[in-house]
Every structure is written in structure tokens, then in C-alpha cells.
Design a protein around this ligand. Structure first.
Ligand code: HEM
Length: 448
């Protein structure tokens, strides 16, 4: 019987002899894609050097390399073969690289995630701690301290009875180290992006005009409950909540709202993004406080919908809205099994950069022909994607001007994003006027 590798070699040799034009096309595709990646890496290397980020040297180079390797694994080596076999192996390798680069990534990836999702869903929702933990925290952290009151304008008051900055830095460090240790997640992207999405979705349900107990936002950490976590807009976030469970076990005094928002800060900062202002004091609210479904944005819509959602949140300006979406979508990727969309937005999905805007403004895009939701793909490599709502950021003239500016000025993007993201994480929360704003150190800053 032939082994898998031998069968592969024979098939590839057959392909070369019988259909040389197909092999050549595969080789060209592979070469183009590789050139594109090299070009992007070149740009990135320059930016990274100037930013002197620790994450770059230690984590990014490892995990981004891993991400690329997993997209383009090296073909198997064959030992002890005759020269004809070596030649066909070389050709097969090229064909193999072409195949691996352009294979639909959703299949194997989807399979892996689907099985993890089933297992973790059962695990999480059978965990009584997940449902019962409301006012029953164990110490003086944000979880349980005192009555929860909300002011006349419908803001929940943050508790002042919280732990020290050093203790929250310990939580930060535990999350950051776990991201580092589990960097193979999602094809080598790692957990950074999905933690940012979790923080955003936990906050993104807020309605500034809703004064009811279901007003949404991240104050009460209600994403921990079934109704909210089962909002179709939250598909896939089970992985992020499961990732954070051991952290919550270790630091059982932290409230869910503080944990979810802090995880977003860790994600941004450890992926070499800007420093994010953060304050503790959110308290757990009961399941009755879960917001209704349907408040998260619908990716198939345009600029009007995007403005409506970000106005409803807290009158975010156009500039803040564009910055939030563009930084959020420079990192991570879409997963067909979650949302019907597929693929990454940028060539470095675990680095915070302005690449989203550079690509959106400067590349040519076309509608992807496939069996999923309507999305855009870049003409050159057909390996990147944009959602319809992303495209609204160049389709709408006001948004477009801002996108063009961010494509040129990463510093400005980072400034606007940092302010808007901090505000997003605090929606619906009233902090004491004199409460200090904290900045946490990245792992690299603590190393040096
Ligand atoms: C109009 C607003 C937005 C829409 C319609 C939207 C839609 C989406 C969709 C459809 C996905 C794919 C999820 C999946 O298939 O797994 C996604 C992923 C993501 N979004 Fe957004 N989003 C919006 C705004 C934001 C904002 C403001 C942020 C953060 C500041 C953000 C951060 C992310 C991240 C990090 C991911 C990748 C998650 C991963 O890799 O698992 N998004 N978004």
C-alpha cells in the first residue's frame, strides 16, 4: 500500500506531466501570495522596529510566524528517493504549497472549532458557578461589595471597595501569560483578538436611552448568562469566556464586568496597541439584567446602521466609530461557522496596526463568489476580507475621509481608538470623580 505522502507525490507528478498549466498556475499563485506576505512583513518590520515593542520581539515573531506557517506548511520531505523522484518531489512541493495556501481554511479550522465549541458549551453551562454567581462574591472585590445603586441618569455606580492596582496587574499578567502560552489558538492567531471582541460585545449592548434594568453594557457582566451569551451576535465568544474561566477561578474576587473589560485591555496592549485607561468597580448583576437580543451591529448593513448603533451606545463621533471598527478589525478573523463570514482583514491578525485602513483605502476589492454571506475580498491575493459594514467606511464620504487619514497616520488612529475604547468599556458606569485611571504594564515592560 502507498503511504499518504507517496500517493501525494504520485498524484502531483501525474498533475505535472498531464496538466503542466495547472501546476504552473498553482506555483504562480503561491509565489504571488508569498510576495504579498513578504511585502507586508517588510512594512511591518519597519513599523515594529520603530515602535520597539516587546511583543514584537518575543510574541509576535513567534505567533505570527506560526500563523503564517500554519497557512503555508512546508511539504513533507522524502528520503532515499531516486533522482526522478526528487524532481517530482520538488514539483509536488510547489504544487503542495500552492494547494495549502489556497485551500479553503474554513474546513479543517471549522471542524476543530466546532468540536471545541460543543465540548466547552456543555462544560460552561453545566457549571453552576457560571449561573449562580451574582451578589455572592467571596471578598472585597467588585463582585459583591455593597448594594448596587444607579444614579438618576441611569448609570450604575462603581464600587470604591476594590483591590489595589498591583492586584489587578496580577490579573492582567495571568491573562497575558495565558495568551502567550496558548498561541496556537485559531490557526496561530491566538486569543488576543477574541478577548477584544468579548469586551466589545459585552459593552456593545448598551442603550443610553434605556433606563430599565435591561439597559445593557458591561457593568453587570451579564454576558456570563445564557440569554445574552446565546444572542446570535455573540456566536463564537464561548471560546473567550472559557479561556477566562481559570483566570476567574484564580482571582475569584474580580467581577465579571471588570474581568471582561480588563481582558480587552490586555488583548489590545499585548498585541502592541496603545495604552488603554482602565478603572475597576463594576459589580455583578443578576440574570434579570440581561439586555434583549438584536442590539449588536448587523455586518450586512451600511453607514446609516453603523451610525445608529454607535450613537445609541453613547453618541460616539464618526471619528471614534471608524477608529473602533478599524482597529477591532485589523486583528482576528471571521469564522464561517460563527457568522457566515470568513477570513482575516489583515496580514498580521495578532498585531494592532493601521493596516485595516491601509488595505481598505489602497487595495482593490471585489465581491467574493462563494456560498457564504456577501463579503469583499482583495483582488490581489484573495486572502483578505471586508464586511459590508467595513466597506461603509470608504463608501460613505465622511467616513472615507477619516479612513484615509487613519491610513496615513497610525499615531492619530491609536489616540482616537484608545480614548473611544476606554469609554466603550465604561458605558453605563459612573465612577467617583476622583477615581484614579490606571495603565497596566505589558509583560515586556515588566521584563525590561
Ligand atoms: C459595525 C460594527 C461591527 C460589526 C458589524 C462587526 C462584525 C463582526 C463580525 C461579523 C465578526 C466575525 C466574528 C466571527 O465570525 O467569529 C467580527 C469579528 C471581530 N470583531 Fe467586529 N464588528 C463591529 C465592530 C467591532 C468593534 C468596535 C470591535 C472592537 C473594538 C470589533 C472587534 C472584533 C474582533 C477583534 C473580531 C475578531 C474576533 C476573532 O478573531 O475571533 N468589532 N466582527
Amino acid at each position: 500500500m502507498f503511504k499518504y505522502s507517496e500517493t501525494f507525490l504520485i498524484a502531483a507528478t501525474y498533475l505535472v506531466v498531464k496538466h503542466p498549466q495547472i501546476s504552473l498556475a498553482m506555483f504562480k499563485l503561491a509565489a504571488n501570495r508569498q510576495l504579498a506576505l513578504m511585502a507586508q512583513n517588510g512594512v511591518k518590520a519597519g513599523k515594529l522596529a520603530s515602535r520597539a515593542s516587546c511583543y514584537t520581539q518575543r510574541n509576535f515573531s513567534q505567533s505570527f510566524k506560526r500563523f503564517n506557517e500554519q497557512q503555508t506548511p512546508a511539504p513533507e520531505k522524502k528520503s532515499g528517493a531516486g533522482s526522478w523522484l526528487l524532481i517530482s518531489a520538488a514539483v509536488a512541493a510547489l504544487a503542495g504549497v500552492g494547494y495549502y495556501i489556497y485551500r479553503p481554511t474554513s474546513k479543517p479550522h471549522g471542524k476543530k472549532l466546532a468540536s471545541v465549541a460543543t465540548a466547552s458549551y456543555v462544560m460552561t453551562h453545566e457549571n453552576p458557578e457560571f449561573k449562580e454567581e451574582v451578589h455572592g462574591g467571596k471578598s472585597s472585590g467588585g463582585a459583591s461589595s455593597g448594594a448596587i445603586s444607579s444614579s438618576d441618569d441611569g448609570l450604575y455606580k462603581a464600587t470604591t471597595d476594590h483591590k489595589s492596582k498591583e492586584e489587578y496587574q496580577q490579573v492582567y499578567n495571568a491573562i497575558a501569560k495565558k495568551i502567550e502560552e496558548e498561541d496556537e489558538y485559531d490557526g496561530g492567531v491566538g486569543y488576543g483578538p477574541i478577548l477584544v471582541r468579548l469586551a466589545w460585545h459585552a459593552s456593545g449592548t448598551y442603550d443610553k436611552d434605556d433606563k430599565s434594568e435591561k439597559r445593557g453594557g458591561n457593568y453587570g457582566g451579564t454576558m456570563q448568562y445564557d440569554h445574552e451569551s446565546n444572542d446570535p451576535g455573540n456566536n463564537g465568544l464561548i471560546h473567550a469566556r472559557k479561556f477566562l474561566e481559570p483566570i476567574h477561578k484564580q482571582f475569584d474576587w474580580i467581577s465579571r464586568g471588570d474581568l471582561f473589560s480588563l481582558a480587552g485591555v490586555v488583548g489590545i496592549q499585548e498585541m502592541s496597541g496603545p495604552k488603554i485607561d482602565w478603572r475597576p468597580g463594576r459589580q455583578n448583576l443578576p440574570a434579570a439584567n440581561q439586555p434583549p437580543h438584536g442590539r449588536l451591529p448587523d455586518a450586512s448593513q451600511g453607514a446609516t446602521h453603523v451610525r445608529e448603533v454607535f450613537k445609541r451606545l453613547n453618541n460616539f463621533t464618526d471619528e471614534e466609530t471608524v477608529a473602533l471598527i478599524g482597529v477591532g478589525h485589523t486583528i482576528g478573523k471571521c469564522h464561517k461557522e460563527n457568522t457566515g463570514y470568513e477570513g482575516p482583514w489583515s496580514f498580521s491578525p495578532n498585531m494592532v496596526t493601521n493596516q485595516f485602513f491601509d488595505l481598505l483605502v489602497n487595495e482593490e476589492w471585489q465581491i467574493k463568489k462563494w456560498d457564504g454571506q456577501t463579503q469583499f475580498e482583495d483582488k490581489k491575493t484573495q486572502s483578505l476580507m471586508m464586511l459590508p459594514t467595513d466597506f461603509a467606511l470608504v463608501f460613505d464620504p465622511k467616513f472615507k475621509k477619516i479612513s484615509q487619514e487613519f491610513a496615513k497616520d497610525e499615531g492619530k488612529l491609536f489616540n482616537v481608538f484608545a480614548g473611544a475604547f476606554a469609554r466603550l468599556l465604561e458605558l453605563g458606569t459612573e465612577f467617583p470623580k476622583d477615581q484614579e485611571v490606571w495603565h497596566f504594564k505589558t509583560l515586556e515592560e515588566q521584563d525590561s
